[in-house]
Design a protein around this ligand. Sequence first.
Ligand code: HAM
Length: 438
Amino acid sequence: MGKVRVPLFRTVRGMRDFLPEEAELMKYIENKAREIAQLYRYREVITPVVESYELLAAKAGEEIRSRMYTFRDLGGRMVALRPEFTASLARLVSNKLRNKPKPLRLFCVGSLYRYDEPQRGRFREFWQSNYELVGSDKPEADAEIIMLTNSLMNATGLKNCVFKVGHIGVLREILNEENLKEKVQNEIMQLLDKKQYDDAIKRVKSDGASRKCVIALKQLMKVKESGVFETVKRMERQVRGFERAESAVKNLYEILELVLESQKIDVIVEAGFARGLEYYTGMVFEVYVPQMDTALCGGGRYDRLIELFGGEPTAAVGIAHGLDRITLAMQKQKTWTKAPRENTVIIIPVKEEMKKEALKISQKLRSKNLQVESEVMGRKVAKALGDADKRRISYAVIVGEKELKDGAVILRDLKRRKQQKVKIEKITETIEAANQKT
Ligand code: HAM
């Protein structure tokens, strides 16, 4: 009889497995993100991965909308895997949290799905930590979101982070004064997001915008790469005569003043900077490191999304940190080193007959908060010790017949390569004392 061929399954294109060390780094950053949420008093909510297509598509922007994992569930509902958290959080604020006092500070962490072309730093399943500050239209709320992001960058040890900041309000208010329809404005924002400035101007012209508007936009797109406040002042000059755009520039000035007076952050202002998501109405920003050309984080102010979902008109500002890209940046900058040997212990019975006793001891040590493995392969002591050392375990407890008669075991310090006979009830104490010497 011929051998049956078993298929070798692989992950689906764009999807990844996280092997233990990779998972450890991801969880490390996730924990840092959680710590920052606590420090700034953002409360965690957990929302579903599957949401109604209509909700997710409403303001996602053409780019993300066309890359959503969309399907009909068995009940015939049109659903999608979430490509971001903000729509789900706006849904919560517009119904279940509608009557909660403001401000609301909400935090989420989890996986998101976009059918992006897989490449370094771009995956079809990726992770974000996401923070939304809901109920305030004040510049101090925008400043808090930027400062919180800077705190996370510092907590992960990342260096040379650059915050690129712009203001969608400035651009949209100019287009509003020309009565350009929202759909056309969204197309223009998409083009600006992709840095296709000439095409954006062409689109503005084709919709019959005035010469004054075209000139203002053209000039704005050139405004970047000088000092922060100098750039904002240049923006102010370019938008003169567009009253609401002028107050948007003032708003940007105030936010930057608050941020830069309270923290050392490397900021560059770009007047023509837009983002693909369509819900932004005010300040927008992204964070970069020199080693990567894709953004680590992106966010901004969106004051009309919640009412669009049937809630009260509610101002909001938020940010999502791309955890995958943060891990890549940490690896590139070498801010991540292997975890040091911790209090890890392996229990090795010398013979079959000591198995029961060995298991008992392992439970005792776990109850004292030591991380304990039992030898389960039936290996000889020397072999089990060699393997434990390779895997950087710190201590071995060798359970032998002779020592057991005295209620003792051999405790071997695998780092220092020393061993001693120790009473069972003294194992933890002895390990703690040895640790204090280092
Ligand atoms: P976003 O810019 O689409 O914003 O995504 C934020 C971050 O998620 C990006 O800067 C990037 O680090 C990461 N990211 C996005 N797509 C991928 C991908 N395919 N592979 C790996 N990482 C990716 C939002 O999602 C908004 N909801 C942010 C926000 C919150 N705005 C207001 N509140």
